[in-house]
Design a protein around this ligand. Structure first.
Ligand SMILES: [Zn+2]
Ligand SMILES: [Zn+2]
Length: 133
């Protein structure tokens, strides 16, 4: 039994457990509840994680720097600054992210426009905005 490496065993066990949770959409941190859609953590663990990150990085400066470095690196490599996929010709983002951004800009402008209108006009605009042209 001399070759039995307990630490390695635990590490392997944890890795498998997390993969299992992840594959089943269960929070991989606590393993007790379903993770948020599209996430690997449940709401509670995500919040805890965030709080921990905030404590070690109160203004989010480190995170901002990390993102900036990531984006600069991607830009230099000709990759989408948001997701790292190859860019769309003439853009700093890939086709998917360009489209995503265009859509969110459109919704943002629409929201501002809607906020300025009266009730009836507002309803019409909301209806129009949901219709894709
Ligand atoms: Zn959890
Ligand atoms: Zn992208």
């Amino acid at each position: 039994m001399g070759s039995f490496n307990r630490q390695e065993y635990i590490r392997q066990y944890n890795r498998e457990r997390r993969n299992h949770y992840r594959a089943h959409g269960i929070c991989y941190n606590c393993g007790e509840v379903y993770a948020e859609p599209g996430r690997v953590l449940c709401k509670t663990c995500a919040r805890k994680n965030q709080a921990r990150a905030k404590r070690s990085d109160p203004d989010g400066e480190k995170h901002k720097q990390y993102l900036k470095a990531l984006r600069d690196g991607r830009r230099a490599a000709g990759l989408c600054i948001d997701c790292g996929r190859p860019v769309l010709e003439g853009f700093t983002r890939c086709a998917k992210c360009v489209e995503k951004r265009r859509e969110s800009t459109r919704m943002y402008k629409l929201r501002i426009k809607i906020r300025r209108q009266n009730e009836q006009e507002r309803k019409r605009l909301i209806h129009e905005g949901l219709r894709k042209d």
